[in-house]
Write a protein that binds this ligand. Structure first.
Ligand SMILES: [Zn+2]
Length: 304
């Protein structure tokens, strides 16, 4: 397989990306990478603010939110708190972080959700006027009972807001077009800037987001297709126990070689997994301009 992506035309609209984080969950290193030591780490829950010169501000995912504690007080939902201890304060909820940056919820026209797991939909209630984009496959899947869904990492109450809001269902099967090695992708604005890429295995209908800025600078937000880059770079998954987190562990593993080849074949492409502690340090902490919970502005002007 050739992982080469199409080049980025010079007239591609110049989006800006800001990597942010809402909450952390505690896990052992050996859980996310088989063979690693048993040291405990706090995994981030990254979300992304993208500003498109024509279509304005949009989000990719919303991280955890303090609603996690409200919906996991009672059994069986309390199991999730035990399995994945979470740390987040109200100031860290996505909507509140954006407000502190001077961005009102109404300014976020679109919220793209890679998938509907608790650590991606936590902040959706902060955006009652946004249009949510969900893979049709996953939306259909989520019609089942909240108990069945819970066993697969979903808490239905957390995405009630999505059902109550404007919703756009993405039909990759019907409308998807090839983009490099990916057979069915959707060019969100038909201008080459944002390409939505199905990344099956972890959850039904999970998709990632390719952000093309220039030919030297592009990002691939790969959501939960891996925990950390070492998963695909070394072709090594998480622990045996971690497999229960994935809808289809075999397909999950198959993504590793695709991601590795895409990374190798496209210098200048940054792959960012949502829960990678190193990505948090690189994009949220180190490049952060606002301290505290720290958000990074990846502004091309800073580099010149
Ligand atoms: Zn997930």
């Amino acid at each position: 397989m050739n992982g080469k992506l199409p080049s980025v035309p010079a007239d591609t609209p110049q989006c800006q990306l800001k990597v942010m984080n809402a909450g952390f969950c505690r896990a052992k290193k050996s859980h996310i990478l088989k063979g690693a030591d048993k040291e405990e780490v706090w995994l981030p829950a990254l979300f992304y603010l993208i500003e498109h010169p024509k279509y304005g501000k949009l989000l990719f995912d919303t991280g955890y939110s303090t609603r996690f504690f409200d919906v996991t007080t009672k059994f069986p939902f309390s199991i999730m708190q035990k399995l994945t201890p979470v740390r987040i304060s109200t100031e860290e909820n996505a909507g509140n972080q954006l407000k502190r940056l001077g961005i009102a919820p109404e300014e976020i026209s679109i919220v793209l959700l890679s998938h509907l797991h608790v650590d991606h939909v936590g902040g959706v209630d902060g955006f009652p006027e946004s249009t949510f984009y969900v893979n049709k496959q996953e939306w259909d899947y989520c019609r089942q009972s909240e108990w069945k869904l819970f066993r697969n990492g979903y808490i239905k109450k957390l995405f009630e807001q999505v059902a109550a809001s404007a919703l756009t269902l993405l039909d990759f099967e019907k409308n998807g077009l090839p983009y490099g090695p990916f057979p069915k992708t959707i060019d969100l604005f038909n201008d080459g800037s944002i390409i939505l890429v199905p990344l099956p295995g972890h959850a039904v209908g999970q998709y990632g987001l390719m952000l093309n800025i220039t030919k030297e600078e592009r990002y691939f937000l790969v959501a939960d297709s891996v925990y950390v880059k070492e998963n695909y770079r070394k072709e090594r998954a998480g622990s045996r126990l971690s497999r229960i987190a994935h809808h289809d562990p075999r397909r999950y593993r198959q993504q590793f070689s695709i991601l590795r080849q895409v990374e190798e074949a496209n210098p200048g492409l940054h792959l960012i997994p949502s829960h990678d502690p190193e990505a948090y340090i690189e994009f949220v902490k180190t490049k952060g301009i606002s301290g505290g919970s720290g958000e990074a502005r990846i502004d091309r002007r800073e580099k010149n």
